[in-house]
Design a protein around this ligand. Structure first.
Ligand SMILES: [Zn+2]
Length: 503
């Protein structure tokens, strides 16, 4: 080395180091001016194949450029070297419930938010919670004064209107009031044809999107098609719109209010549907732009109870409030496994096959499919439920790239946010995950690091609104919360919040 060259490199070295300091775990949760992700393999969320290596520049809370070559380094740049790593859009959980208690036991709010981020979820559509409380959290998440995914709130309209509201003007006023109170959308449960027609009409005029959790009710998927529901949640209402005999053929003693019955016999519905009629329903949904968010994970215990009761994730991540809530008890919604038999599981396995085929068929016909987890019920942990749902969409026959699109850009489209989130593209909000491995070959690498699941824990960074959260660091925080809360005896909360869901 010549003397001049040595001098030159010595002089430049500090400059180069200053310009390119790597992001470290201690930066977790700290807003950066500019983050440069180098050598990334990008799966952009649109369903197209991986592309790379790319350099992604994040300035503030936006992705400002994605280019093949290295970016022009600026002083103060923080670098993430993503060589052999995959960058995906942050996952969007399109069916969730913000919860801070279960079975009357308090649960720290940050437990749920941190485990969502640790599972790569950067946006959540809440379809039923304590609205005023959630509204404050939405604001705090927007301003990043709390560590949480973006929150979109669909206010629950409840079941059918109260007698005092059984007139058109009152129903319209109620939808307007929900709009004026800042909701991002409306969630319907079982509702009559008459009320649904009026409320949907008003929701369209107010520019509110709607999610419908149909039940065994007067209205079914044909009403969603007719009145323009944005998304059907779960699956009820779809086979019901195609029943061979025009009626749910349940045994005489069936009582919809009794959950053991409700969940047991729900598992008979898809085989009571006529395949030709079912195809017509799916076509009707496609034509009317009714999306489907099937939440495949949330009923899975019905086809495989032991799998769900003995999940390896429970050891480190099951919060004691959830543990109480999941224990079979008719007072806890979804905790209905009182005498669940192999015969019930056989029925549900068949129901799953037909359900998955219908979802796959809906996709083939051009339908918009999203993914949400509905966790906090039926042995499903927040975050883990989302990843499991992705595995189940793969089992239904979707290509992993389609599954990623369903969990990201499709969900953004369902919420009408596809110009802001759901893609890794210049101009989009900086919501993305950096994965030390290829999720297209194994979605399990997205689970938070779990003993006994060797491939888990590969999300290295979850970036939400430009703020980097270090995967292992926030995962450790979640584990600490669980550990601490298990030690302190939990007092029963004075007031139990009514569970805003009916599954
Ligand atoms: Zn739900």
């Amino acid at each position: 080395m010549t003397r001049a060259y040595a001098l030159l490199t010595t002089a430049l070295l500090p400059l180069v180091l200053f310009a390119q300091s790597p992001l470290t775990p201690t930066d977790s949760g700290v807003k950066q001016r500019r983050i440069v992700i180098t050598n990334a393999l990008v799966v952009d969320g649109s369903g197209t194949p991986a592309n790379g290596p790319r350099t992604i520049v994040i300035e503030g809370n936006r992705i400002t450029s994605i280019a093949p070559g290295p970016a022009k380094a600026l002083a103060g740049d923080r670098i993430i070297d993503a060589r052999n790593k995959y960058v995906l859009p942050g996952l969007i959980n399109v069916h969730a419930h913000i919860q801070d208690e279960r079975a009357g036991w308090p649960m720290r709010q940050d437990y749920q938010f941190l485990v969502w981020l640790a599972s790569g979820i950067t946006s959540v559509r809440d379809v039923g919670s304590n609205y005023e409380k959630s509204k404050a959290l939405r604001q705090q998440s927007q301003s990043n004064s709390i560590t949480a995914p973006r929150l979109f709130l669909y206010a629950v309209l409840g079941m059918n209107p109260a007698p005092s509201e059984a007139n058109e003007a009152a129903l319209r006023a109620r939808v307007q009031q929900i709009k004026n109170n800042g909701a991002d959308g409306l969630k319907f449960f079982e509702i009559s044809d008459w009320a649904m027609r009026i409320m949907q009409d008003e929701a369209h005029m107010q520019g509110l999107r709607t999610a419908h959790h149909t039940a065994v009710a007067e209205t079914n998927a044909w009403h969603d098609i007719k009145y323009g529901t944005t998304s059907i949640e779960h699956w009820y209402g779809i086979p019901d719109a195609a029943l061979r005999d025009g009626v749910q053929n349940f045994p005489p003693q069936f009582n919809h209010q009794y959950e053991v019955d409700r969940f047991r016999y729900a598992g008979h519905l898809f085989r009571q549907a006529d395949p030709v009629k079912l195809g017509q329903v799916l076509d009707g949904m496609v034509k009317a732009n009714v999306a489907w968010s099937p939440t495949l994970n949330i009923y899975e215990a019905a086809r495989d109870l032991l799998r769900y009761q003995t999940q390896p994730f429970f050891k480190e991540y099951l919060h004691p409030a959830l543990e109480k809530f999941f224990a079979p008890d008719p007072n806890n919604h979804g905790s209905f496994f009182l005498n669940w038999t192999s015969a019930d599981e056989a029925e549900w396995r068949l129901n799953y096959r037909l359900w998955m085929d219908a979802v796959r068929d809906f996709g083939r016909r051009g339908g918009l499919i999203g993914i949400g987890e509905d966790a906090g019920f039926i042995y499903n942990l927040y975050g883990f439920g989302m990843i499991r749902a992705m595995e189940l969409h793969q089992e239904a026959g979707f290509h992993p790239l389609q599954v990623v699109a369903q969990a990201t850009s499709n969900n953004a489209r369902i919420m009408g946010k596809e110009a802001e989130i759901g893609y890794v593209r210049p101009g989009y909000l900086a919501d993305l995950i950096i994965v030390d491995g290829n999720p297209l070959s194994d979605f399990r690498i997205l689970y938070p690091k779990t003993e006994g699941v060797p491939q888990s824990g590969k999300i290295e960074w979850t970036i939400k609104d430009g703020i980097p959260y270090h995967g292992p660091t926030i995962t450790a925080q979640v584990k600490r919360i669980v550990e601490q809360d298990r030690k302190s005896p939990q007092p029963r909360a004075a007031i139990r919040i009514e569970d805003q869901d009916g599954h």
